[in-house]
Design a protein around this ligand. Structure first.
Ligand code: NAD
Length: 315
């Protein structure tokens, strides 16, 4: 199988490595910290067992997937022969810019250089490169081997060929690519998340509800549908004649609310004290890591459930 290089083997790098190795690719991991790739592979070895138990390894055993991963001490060797480079270094513009200069020099000119960046526009760290047309963003949600959506975002100079090659790779890796046509701060998912968080802070700051009650509204309310449909499909099904009918009935109700949302909500100060106090009462700080593991197990069960329901009832 073709080879993929993982550059930066922390949280997200190791997550991508699982997705690509599960799909059959040989995966070479590199990091500035020489011990990080081995540590990532050690972590992956543990996760593969859980994935197999939830039938999330495409019928393969961990022993079939693990040997596809290798730790590489030298960046040039990691990139050698790679069809795709997935970059996952810290979210610092200068770090990415410097690294991309090296990647552009070392990788074959047709190798796609994809960044996992959460919020940096691809034009900000690829403008100076010789082969900048093969650079783009492929932004996942953590962890990518359990959550399928990936935002594929071009810089103004990214070629259609690089976008298409990445789209096909994402599909093969079992991801759901979102093909953006131009860059914008926050891409799609963080813009949607930002809108929701902004309103959540506003409600708590205004004393309308506690942090936990806002969380219940999503967890036990809206998100029940969002696990398998987006906002447009949701409203299409929430009025007898579909989306236009919904807008006709409810546009006025929302217009009234939006008047109240026109100023920035406060995310710090007293409101943050209250939200943090609510959270720490429910989850002491020393239990955060344990709860992250719990979240990942729930996500595995949800991914397995969605997969089996899609087989039974269709997408
Ligand atoms: N954590 C998330 O939930 C999440 C989700 C989506 C995207 N991202 C994005 O993924 C990228 C990586 O984030 P992360 O959470 O994996 O961070 P992380 O700190 O877990 O991993 C970063 C890795 O990069 C290495 N590194 C640092 N400088 C380097 C350099 N100059 N060259 C090579 N390696 C270097 C570090 O040793 C570390 O192993 C960021 O751009 C982040 O915005 C993160």
């Amino acid at each position: 199988m073709p080879k993929i290089a993982i550059v930066g083997s922390g949280f997200i790098g190791r997550g991508w490595a699982i997705s690509y190795a599960r799909a059959g690719y040989d995966v070479s991991l590199w990091d500035r910290e020489t011990s990080a790739p081995e540590a990532a592979i050690g972590y992956i070895a543990e996760v593969l067992g859980d994935l197999a138990a939830n039938d999330l390894l495409n019928g393969q055993t961990p022993d079939e997937v693990l040997p596809r991963l290798s730790a590489e001490g030298d960046l040039a060797a990691a990139l050698d022969g790679a069809v795709h480079v997935q970059e996952n270094v810290p979210e610092i513009l200068e770090v990415k810019r410097d690294l991309y200069t090296r990647l552009d020099d070392l990788a074959a000119p047709t190798t796609v250089l994809a960044s996992s960046t959460s919020a940096l526009l691809p034009s900000r760290f690829t403008d100076h490169l010789k082969h900048r047309e093969r650079c783009l963003v492929a932004h996942p949600i953590n962890p990518p081997y359990l959550i399928k959506a990936v935002e594929v975002v071009p810089a103004p100079w990214t070629s259609a060929a690089a976008m298409e090659q990445t789209r096909l790779l994402m599909l093969e890796a079992g991801q759901s690519p979102i093909m953006m046509t131009k860059e914008i701060d926050g891409f799609i998912m963080n813009r949607m998340q930002g809108a929701l968080l902004e309103e959540a802070f506003r409600l708590v700051a205004g004393g309308y509800a506690s942090a936990e009650d806002v969380d219940i509204g999503i967890r036990e309310g809206l998100a029940a549908r969002w696990a398998f449909m987006g906002p447009f499909e949701t409203i299409d099904l929430n009025a007898p004649s579909g989306v236009r009918d919904y807008v006709g009935r409810y546009d006025g109700m929302f217009a009234n609310m939006f008047e109240q949302m026109k100023t920035r909500a406060d995310w710090s100060g007293e409101v943050l004290d209250r939200i943090e106090e609510d959270r720490r009462q429910r989850l002491p700080a020393d239990k955060l890591e344990e709860r992250q593991k719990w979240r990942d197990r729930r996500l595995m069960a949800l991914a397995a459930h969605k997969r089996s329901e899609e087989e039974k009832t269709g997408k």
